[in-house]
Design a protein around this ligand. Structure first.
Ligand code: SF4
Length: 1012
């Protein structure tokens, strides 16, 4: 055994001399000499330094302890292999799936979740590297949970043994076999190695012909407690008394507004440094939580035009490219859900035109109420086609609607054909298979589709990233395939396969760019012992630095304490070391910063910042200028344009962009403020050509329905979007009956009942014919519900409430007949149902808008029911299945027009006299006909109705004339192009389908002084 020399040095000290000593040893023993350092970044830096100085480096002569262990293992292992962390997770997931019955606490529903797999992997790493005898070490704290964990742990270790595998942790436990030749060993800067690492280091010390060990050390016991005596050194060189560690160069500490602000401030400083001649490679930015910080870095650094390189790369699972590739498996695995199929077809990485466009499939599947399920797609589309064909065949369907339905049918045929091909292509991915079988089917499909489709345009950075993501994804697939070969052959469901592939992808980065001439973005722990001229350490808040998480995964505090791994004090000491070591890496400039807010929550700055002491004064956030940001420059130019400083704005962005921005700002800041009077509010009155076109379209000859006029009365803008621009809100894919469909169903049943009943020669309902009437309506009800074609549980319940059942009691139809029987004593008797005019070739009703005036309107409509009394007066009734109905106040206000307009239309067409307008509520909890207004002079006609005296009207005709006067105003508004958003303050009606595109602001007309 050679003499072992222990050097005690402050972090980063003596590295240059140590590298020189290694260089000399490597010159004598190039294949055996090794330099071991704590991080692969430092190893990479040293190797680069040596080769650029002309020292040839053989293989991984400069490496980490794990890298060295791997090298020794590969030299000695024979048939054994080393596996990656991702492969470990796959093996753990496989054990959980195979032993699911024995693991009820860890595996729910037979499928292990990725969370528990990751937690087990982390726990196993700690148990192995700290040599914990689990679960025995828990003593009397052992439980059913620890027994399950112990079972998985044992099975996992046995699996590795039986297959001659080592993972990243058990690798360290391999004894150095006699065959491996070890040259001079130089170890620098390892901080408090864990027990398994110590064992390996001692084994190396036994075998190495030369052994030099530099331990980071100063007299500060708050940071350094490991003095290296466990190495049993023959010689100790502490350089005299190790000096206190000193931070070099200027230090600044700055508080920033929030995380984005902080990264922007760093980016601006970097731009200033680079502009001042500092090469980007002399700058590094370190974060305690690098993965989280990368989200901000990736947004901000490209905006500031900063070339950067990160060892981590982007999480592969966030790549749109990779998400699209996973969707191919997710579609069959999740049962062809609507959202998966639409996303798949919308993805440019998948659908290059071979399948129908996602947008059209989205619209049509909403209309067909498809939510998922392979078969339900074609069944739903067939039902939709059937409905459209039936509507086309109906004589009363307007010609415009008929044309539109034909267009939809043509699109539907194309979509059905395309989806048939898609589903048949995806068929091989269905069903249980071995992992290898799933991968083969998946690869074959990707080949056939030429997937992923790579974009042929885009910025070079984007194209590079896409290519990197693609390569990383296929590497992950290869890894899964390799791992599957060593796993017992077992069939897994498509969902299980998706879960395994997602597990491996989730633990994979897209691969960092080791571009040297770029700003390095690193984790704080990577900074130790590096030499960085300009170092920024950002994100220094409590919880991130120090991160004092002591509890082990899947363990309570008490269990963690009993396992004796690391105490809070140990973690605090280690965190303090990494912070200190990072500070010592800086040479000319050290900038520490922290965000004051994290979203809405205030943060607490890291206590370590205060320990830097008086070396630097805290700078508080001030007004920042981020001149290097293209986005913020655009925002600044916008502010200048808004205040009329066009020339100054033109110095920032090009003049055409200034013009465009000014136009847009004017829309927002001028036209969309105060009273609604611009074209951007739908007010077209100032455009003569628009007014002329509207007059042609909505003037003489135009036929209106009361619903159109009510829409205009409530919100002219909604009328504009739907009635003028003919936009249609996206249908909801709700699998249950919509309010509109419920209404149509009830209308159809009531109409079929009465028309059939009277045609069959029946008179009014009586106690005698009541049982037959009930049989009649229930038969119609059963036939009608069959046409609905829904399969949801809610629809099953709704059917019971409609038709009745022993459980639900008498249904809505039965109670309707009973109510009709009660009303049969009224002089008003059913006379007509679905009375239509102005539809499909019928003459519209020509209504005079004002007595003595020539102004008229052509009306169309379908009246649910008309009851007529022997004296020739009638009542209009509209069936309602919703909760809210209009009242007399709405009629007087001109908002509810249907009943008065229908009464006037029937009077005009039949010569009868209108006496009332009523709503017939047909709901599960209410069956009742209630006049909204009625002729107070004819009380006897309404004795059986629950009509209140408040709804009695002395002069019905005057009420209708007042409604027509409103209609005249509305017509002028429509023809005159006045389509402003609704004027009511308060919320818009929930049923408005344009809410997502309309920027209605109830307070917009409020002046600066609060006036309207
Ligand atoms: S959201 Fe309101 S203002 Fe906009 S269209 Fe609908 S009802 Fe009119």
């Amino acid at each position: 055994m050679c003499p072992a020399v222990l050097y005690r040095r402050p972090p980063g000290e003596g590295l240059t001399e140590f590298i020189s000593a290694f260089r000399k040893a490597a010159a004598l023993d190039p294949l055996g000499a090794v330099l071991i350092v704590p991080t692969s970044r430092l190893a990479d830096d040293i190797a680069h330094r040596l080769t650029s100085e002309g020292t040839p480096i053989v293989g991984d002569a400069v490496t980490t302890l794990a890298g060295f262990a791997r090298r020794i293992f590969e030299d000695d292992a024979g048939d054994g292999s080393a596996i990656t962390g991702a492969q470990s997770r796959i093996i753990i997931a496989d054990i959980l799936a195979a032993r699911a019955r024995d693991l009820p606490l860890l595996v729910r529903g037979g499928m292990p979740g990725s969370g528990v797999v990751n937690e087990l992997a982390t726990l196993f790493e700690i148990l192995i590297t700290r040599k914990v005898d689990y679960p025995a070490a828990l003593g009397d704290l052992q439980s059913a949970k620890s027994a399950e964990i112990g079972l998985v742990f044992d099975t996992y270790l046995r699996f590795l043994d039986e297959h001659a595998l080592v993972d990243e942790n058990t690798l360290l436990a391999r004894q150095l076999a006699g065959r491996s030749r070890i040259g001079p060993v130089f170890i620098y800067g390892l901080y408090e190695p864990v027990p398994l690492e110590r064992d390996l280091i001692l084994a190396i010390r036994e075998r190495a012909p030369e052994f030099h060990y530099v331990i980071p050390w100063t007299e500060n016991t708050a940071v350094f407690t490991d003095d290296g005596s466990w190495i049993r050194p023959d010689v100790v060189d502490d350089g005299g008394k190790p000096p206190a560690a000193e931070i070099q160069g200027a230090i600044r500490i700055t508080a920033r507004g929030d995380r984005v602000d902080e990264v922007r401030a760093v980016a601006q400083e970097i731009r200033d440094l680079v502009a001042g001649g500092v090469p980007p490679c002399d700058i590094a930015v370190a974060f305690p939580d690098l993965p989280e910080a990368m989200v901000y870095v990736e947004e901000v650094f490209p905006d500031f035009g900063i070339p950067y390189a990160s060892s981590r790369g982007t999480a592969l699972i966030r790549s749109p490219h990779v998400r699209a590739l996973l969707l191919i498996i997710a579609a069959p695995a999740h049962g062809y859900r609507r959202e998966d199929i639409v996303a798949l077809l919308n993805s440019p990485y998948i659908n290059d035109g071979r399948f129908p466009a996602g947008a059209i499939v989205d619209v049509l599947s909403r209309e067909a109420r498809i939510t998922g399920g392979r078969d339900s797609w074609d069944r739903g589309f067939a039902a939709l086609a059937g409905r459209l064909e039936a509507e086309i065949a109906l004589s009363e369907t307007p010609e415009g609607a008929r044309r539109s339905h034909k267009g939809t049918l043509a699109a539907l045929a194309g979509v059905r054909e395309g989806l048939e091909v898609l589903f048949s292509d995806l068929l091989p991915l269905e069903g249980a298979e071995t992992v290898a079988g799933h991968i083969a089917a998946y690869r074959s499909l990707l080949d056939r589709w030429g997937c992923p489709v790579m974009p042929d345009s885009g910025g070079p950075d984007l194209l590079l990233r896409e290519a990197r993501d693609r390569a990383a994804f296929f590497r992950a697939l290869d890894t899964l395939e390799e791992t599957a070969r060593i796993l017992p052959e077992r069939v897994v469901t498509p969902a299980g396969f998706l879960s395994l592939l997602s597990l491996i992808v989730a633990g994979t980065g897209s691969g960092g760019r080791r571009t040297r001439n770029a700003v390095q973005v690193i984790g704080v722990r990577e900074a130790a012992h590096l030499t960085i001229p300009h170092l920024f350490i950002a994100g220094l808040v409590e919880g991130a630095m120090p991160r004092l998480t002591t509890r082990l995964p899947l363990s309570t505090d008490l269990e963690t304490w009993r396992l004796g791994t690391r105490s809070r004090a140990d973690i605090l000491r280690e965190e303090r070391y990494h912070f200190t070591a990072a500070l010592l890496a800086a040479r000319e400039r050290l900038c520490l910063s922290f965000p004051v807010m994290d979203g809405e929550a205030p943060t607490t700055r890291s206590g370590f910042i205060d320990e830097v002491g008086d070396a630097a004064a805290l700078e508080t956030p001030g007004a920042e200028s981020f001149g290097a940001s293209r986005l913020l420059a655009a925002a600044e130019a916008g502010a200048l344009i808004a205040s009329g400083r066009f020339d100054e704005a033109a110095a920032i962005i090009p003049p055409p962009a200034v013009r465009e921005a000014a136009l847009r700002l004017n829309i927002e800041n001028y036209h969309r403020r105060g009273p609604c009077n611009s074209p951007y509010d739908g007010v077209l009155s100032y455009d003569p050509s628009a007014v002329a076109a509207l007059t042609r379209r909505f003037g003489d000859g135009a036929v209106y329905s009361p619903t159109m006029l009510e829409t205009y009365a409530d919100c002219p803008f909604r009328f504009y979007l739907g009635g003028v621009l003919t936009l249609e809100p996206l249908a909801s894919p709700d699998p249950d009956l919509t309010a509109r469909e419920r209404g149509s169903l009830i209308h159809r049943i009531a109409h079929r009942f009465y028309s059939g009943w009277t045609q069959d020669g029946h008179g009014p309902l009586t106690a005698e014919n009541h049982p037959e009437a009930l049989r009649w309506i229930l038969k119609i009800g059963r036939e009608e519900v069959e046409y609905v074609g829904l399969r949801s549980a809610a629809w099953t319940v709704e059917k019971e409430f409609l038709l009745g059942s022993p459980l639900a009691g008498p249904g809505l139809l039965e109670r309707f007949i009973e109510n009709e029987l009660r009303l049969a004593t009224s002089p008003l008797a059913p006379w007509a149902f679905e009375f239509s005019f102005g539809l499909s070739g019928e003459d519209a009703a020509l209504i005079r808008l004002h007595e003595g005036s020539e102004e008229t309107i052509l009306l169309r409509g379908r009246i649910d029911r008309i009851d007529v009394a022997p004296d020739g007066v009638f009542m209009i009734t509209d069936y309602k299945t919703g909760r809210t109905h209009r009242g007399l106040a709405d009629v007087i206000a001109g908002k509810a027009l249907q009943l008065p307009l229908y009464i006037r239309a029937v009077e005009t067409l039949t010569g009868l006299t209108g006496a009332a307008g009523a709503y017939y509520t047909l709901r599960r909890d209410e069956i009742q006909i209630r006049p909204v207004f009625w002729d107070a002079r004819r009380k006897a006609h309404f004795a059986v109705y629950p009509a209140t005296s408040k709804s009695g009207v002395e002069d019905i005709h005057a009420l209708i004339d007042a409604s027509l006067a409103r209609v005249r105003d509305y017509l002028r508004g429509i023809q005159g192009g006045r389509f402003h958003p609704r004027q009511d303050t308060g919320p818009c009606p929930a049923y408005c389908g344009f809410m997502t595109v309309c920027r209605f602001d109830a307070l917009r007309e409020e002046g600066e002084d609060g006036s309207h």
